[in-house]
Design a protein around this ligand. Structure first.
Ligand SMILES: O=P(O)(O)O[C@@H]1C[C@H](O)[C@@H](CO)O1
Ligand code: HPA
Length: 268
């Protein structure tokens, strides 16, 4: 495994110069969702000012940290398909760990497989299926950071999900997220396979981050914004612009949910 301890320490040192905030809650914002960070108060720190932080290359991932007393929001993640090593894909989680974050909210844009879902809907992630062909924990383990064989049976905290559903005015549907490497969208045959193995939605991120967060002992919850129906479900081609446009259309609604969850976690 990469020397994650050294990476976390380097982030800690780098951030010492730019912020005194040490929030307990971290949020990673998915494709087209970074406007949520603009609308919340706090100090903005560009990734270029954080030593060792890569730059996002995908439209809709801008690359800055917004930090306040209660939360750290990361507007911009790194995807395996961008050519980043899997050890770099998880750097947003290592950065949050360096700040002392204990609870993580991950968000993403995803294609809906479950026919009960529709574009624009926000789904609470119940579990994931790792089909990325990579795992950030491969390599020698530093037992001071986490266990060799992390338990993933409650990767998306059941207790937190229960509290979130109780707090929101209406219940969110839950679903299983299949994480593939991308960058091409899936074929209709792949989507039929994913449906058969129990996936409700599909995307190209989140899974490595959630593995790392669980390994580091962070309680984690995740939300998918269904930006499109997955390949072959509707008779229409897929494109990233649709993903960005749908995320933008529901941004206010999604922000309300994320803010409610942030308040819930901050009040505990
Ligand atoms: O970062 P997320 O998972 O939200 O982005 C999704 C997956 C690809 O990066 C992109 C495909 O449109 O959106
Ligand atoms: O349909 C999709 N497939 C994979 N990733 C995605 N991200 C948004 N939509 C999709």
């Amino acid at each position: 495994m990469a020397d994650y301890y050294t990476t976390i320490e380097a982030f800690r040192k780098s951030l010492e110069k730019s912020t005194e905030f040490r929030p307990r809650t971290g949020v990673i914002l998915g494709s087209g969702l970074s406007k949520i960070a603009d609308s919340l108060s706090g100090t903005a720190i560009d990734y270029s000012q954080i030593q060792g932080m890569p730059r996002p290359t995908v439209e809709g991932h801008r690359g800055f940290l917004k930090i306040s007393r209660d939360y750290a929001l990361l507007a911009g993640r790194f995807h395996y398909y961008e050519g980043h090593a899997i050890q770099d894909v998880v750097k947003p989680v290592l950065l949050l760990k360096a700040l002392g974050v204990e609870r993580l909210i991950v968000t993403n844009a995803a294609g809906g497989i479950n026919p009960d879902f529709e574009p624009g809907q926000i789904v609470l992630i119940r579990d994931h299926i790792n089909l990325m062909g990579a795992n950030p924990l491969v390599g020698p383990n530093n037992g001071d950071l986490g266990p060799r064989f992390p338990d993933m049976s409650d990767a998306y905290s059941r207790a937190l999900r229960k509290r979130i559903s109780a707090r929101l005015e209406y219940p969110l549907k839950e679903g299983v997220y299949a994480g593939l490497s991308g960058p091409c969208y899936e074929t209709p045959a792949e989507i039929r396979m994913l449906e058969k193995i129990g996936a409700d939605m599909v995307g190209m991120s989140t899974v490595p981050e959630v593995i790392m967060a669980n390994y580091l002992g962070m309680g984690t919850v995740g939300f998918s914004c269904i930006t499109n129906m997955a390949a072959g479900i509707l008779d229409q081609p897929l494109n990233h612009q649709e993903v960005i446009d749908t995320a933008a259309r529901v941004e206010t609604h999604f922000r309300g949910i994320v803010e409610t969850v942030m308040e819930l976690l901050a009040s505990e």
